[in-house]
Design a protein around this ligand. Structure first.
Ligand code: SF4
Ligand code: SF4
Length: 157
């Protein structure tokens, strides 16, 4: 049987310095990614940040975008902001129009100030939308899957 601590990849496990070592990323850069909203580590009641395995994957992905794809932090945020979260959540048109994420081209949905009712009380850290960028080589597949879902919906109309 596996270790329950490691069975859930969203479980906050690693303090900043360990996350830095595991991702081969400086503590300074990790703090910057957090400040910019690229990652949302868990915060303990004493304001200590703990990183999960999912966070480590995200950091590696962010590094890839920066070092190999030539994006900067603003570009990565804009890329994350393009994900149509309303297609992955049970979000209807009425919810969408109340939400900044529906129109923002620069802020990922987990970063916007005004969220629609669908997401107001949701935990972004475990949300499928927030977790998509951990598959950084596979952003195109995301859109292919969404297209298939739309086709299936149309057939069912
Ligand atoms: S409420 Fe906003 S953030 Fe949530 S799915 Fe709808 S558009 Fe996206
Ligand atoms: S729960 Fe958070 S990450 Fe998920 S769609 Fe809503 S705002 Fe985005």
């Amino acid at each position: 049987m596996g270790d329950p601590l490691f069975d859930d990849p969203t479980k906050p496990l690693y303090p900043l310095r360990v996350a830095s070592e595991l991702s081969n990323t400086s503590v300074y850069s990790l703090r910057k990614y957090v400040d910019e909203g690229l990652i949302l580590p868990y915060q303990t009641p004493t304001k200590r940040r703990l990183y999960s395995q999912v966070d480590i994957k995200r950091i590696l992905c962010i590094r890839k975008y920066l070092d190999e794809y030539g994006l900067n932090i603003a570009g990565i945020k804009a890329l994350f902001a393009q994900v149509p979260c309303w297609l992955l959540k049970p979000c209807n048109e009425e919810d969408c129009i109340q939400c900044e994420a529906y129109t923002s081209a620069t802020e990922p949905c987990w970063q916007v100030t005004t969220k629609g009712p669908t997401c107001k009380n949701e935990d972004c850290q475990t949300c499928a939308v927030y977790r998509l960028p951990e598959k950084c080589d596979d952003i195109k597949s995301l859109f292919k899957n969404l297209q298939q879902l739309n086709r299936a919906d149309k057939k069912g109309e």
